[in-house]
Structure formats: structure tokens, C-alpha cells
Ligand binder design. Structure first.
Ligand SMILES: [Zn+2]
Length: 297
């Protein structure tokens, strides 16, 4: 049995999968806010409760909003800041009395979709998170590519390629740089861009609904978004050339992206043909926690 835990900023979710990938159990708790000791106790408690309910012991994989430093074993790049600088894996191993595998949540998303989701059977899958932030992960030949610095796939903090007049001035990013892809392509950025152009504050789903109903300003906002996303993904394609790009996060619910993105990417890809498939996730919001379970294969 494989147990996966998605340790998010607002909730901790646990899933238990049978050997064939069937879901045996799923539970969730709110994440203790800003309290590291309570957070690891909650994770260990969920795992132990799942095992006692199912009457067996499982392997444990955990997806986190950050990465484990290869040098120190401490957590970095986590937006749940109470995890930063902590030896999360060794602390959980002590509480659970076994080896634990940790991975970035975008990597878990990508692994889930590559294992038995929208990227099944593909040699290389790039998973994209378009949510409150922009992240990504790479799975090649069934395995997560973590990278020398544990940041493989983190395209959200590359600069947006070919900035146009509407992209300037380059927005400041929390990471300390300017013009990061995330500052144009996360959900709040779509809302901000629409507000700057129209004075109207709408969430991405409302912008999408109004564009579908024929609102020209909402349509223009989404076309700017798609053009930026197309240029940003073209850079990934030139480097990695994945067979499949799976979109995740809240903005992956915008169905028009799957229709419109190939035409936005294609002209910026260094190839006369464009075969890369850009697809929605098969497991939706469950991919993070499923991929954590799949860390043991
Ligand atoms: Zn940045």
C-alpha cells in the first residue's frame, strides 16, 4: 500500500492507494498555521490514522510547497514559511519510524499525471501549475527530474520572453527579480492585468464567463494571457521538447487554453511542426496527493 500526503498551505490531505492505484482512503485536515511542530504532528497523525483504519502499513510519500536542499536536507522555497530551514524529512521519519520520500508538489502533480493520467505513456511530461503561483515539474521515463539545485521545472521565475508594450513595466516578483513569468501568469496576475486595463476586478472564472458571453474587454484580457503563456511555454518546449504538457492549478479549468495555446506557442517554437500535446489533468485536484503516493514506485 502507498500512502501519499499533500502538505499544502491551507490543508493537509492523505490518500492510500492499493498496488493497482485504486484509492482506498482519503482524509484531510486544515494545516496548522505558522506552527511547524503542530504541522508535522498533523501529518504523522493522518498517516497513522489511515493505517489503523485500513489495518496495514504503507510506504509514505509527501508533496510539499517547496524543495529539500540537496546540500543541507533543509526545506527551501516554501510559501508555507514555517517549513523553511527545517529538516522536515528526518523529523517525519522519526515520527513515523520509517523512510519517507519528499518532493515538490508540482513534481508530484506531474508524476501522478505521467504515471496514470493525462501524460500516461509519454517519454517526457512537463507539468505546469497555474494557480496562486506558477510552478512546474518534469517527469522523464517515469521518474521525477529533481535537478542539481532541486529546482528542475521551475519556469515561473524565468523572465517572460519577448515582453511587449502591454507587458511593461516589468512587475516586481516576491523572489526579488522583475518580469518573472509568475507575475504575468498566476491567477492574481490575470485579475490584476484585467483591472489595469478596465478598472474592473474580476476573478479568472468570471473573466472567462464574460468572454464566452461576448465581452470584448474580457476576451482581450484572455488573449493577452494566452499570448504570454504561449511564449513562456515555447521556451520550455525548445529546451525540453516534452511529448505532453499537462496544465494544473485553478487556471487549468479555462477550457479555451487547450484550444488556443498551440497557435500561441507554435510560432515561437524552433520547429516547422508542433506535435506537443497541451492537455488538462486527468486527476484534477487529486494529482498532487496521488503523485506523493507514487513517489514509491
Ligand atoms: Zn520570481
Amino acid at each position: 500500500m502507498r500512502i501519499g500526503v499533500d502538505l499544502g498551505g491551507t490543508k493537509i490531505e492523505v490518500i492510500a492507494l492499493a498496488a493497482d492505484g485504486r484509492e482506498l482512503l482519503r482524509r484531510r485536515l486544515p494545516t496548522p498555521q505558522g506552527d511547524y511542530v503542530a504541522t508535522i504532528a498533523a501529518v504523522a497523525g493522518l498517516v497513522k490514522a489511515a493505517e489503523s483504519e485500513l489495518g496495514r502499513r504503507g510506504s509514505v510519500g509527501i508533496g510539499i510547497p517547496g524543495a529539500e536542499s540537496r546540500a543541507s536536507g533543509l526545506i527551501k522555497n516554501a510559501n508555507s514559511t514555517c517549513l523553511i530551514g527545517r529538516p522536515l524529512r528526518t523529523d517525519l521519519e522519526a515520527l513515523l519510524q520509517r523512510e519517507v520520500r519528499l518532493a515538490n508538489d508540482a513534481n508530484c502533480f506531474t508524476l501522478s499525471e505521467a504515471a496514470d493520467g493525462a501524460g500516461r505513456g509519454a517519454e517526457v511530461v512537463f507539468g505546469v501549475i497555474l494557480g496562486t503561483g506558477v510552478g512546474g515539474g518534469i517527469v522523464a521515463h517515469g521518474h521525477i527530474l529533481a535537478g542539481a539545485n532541486a529546482i528542475a521545472g521551475e519556469w515561473g521565475h524565468n523572465p517572460l520572453p519577448l515582453p511587449q508594450a502591454a507587458d511593461l513595466p516589468l512587475p516586481a516578483c516576491y523572489c526579488g527579480r522583475r518580469g518573472c513569468i509568475e507575475t504575468y501568469l498566476c491567477g492574481p496576475a490575470l485579475t490584476r492585468d484585467h483591472a489595469q486595463q478596465t478598472g474592473e476586478t474580476l476573478d479568472p472564472a468570471e473573466i472567462d464567463q464574460r468572454a464566452s458571453a461576448g465581452d470584448a474587454t474580457c476576451e482581450a484580457t484572455l488573449q493577452r494571457y494566452e499570448a504570454r503563456l504561449g511564449r513562456a511555454l515555447a521556451g520550455v518546449i525548445n529546451l525540453l521538447d516534452p511529448q505532453v504538457i499537462v496544465l494544473g492549478g485553478g487556471l487549468s479549468n479555462l477550457q479555451r487554453l487547450y484550444r488556443n495555446l498551440p497557435a500561441c506557442c507554435g510560432p515561437h517554437v524552433f520547429s516547422d511542426v508542433f506535435y506537443t500535446r497541451i492537455v488538462p489533468p486527468a486527476h484534477g485536484d487529486s494529482s498532487g496527493v496521488r503523485g506523493a503516493a507514487w513517489l514509491w514506485d
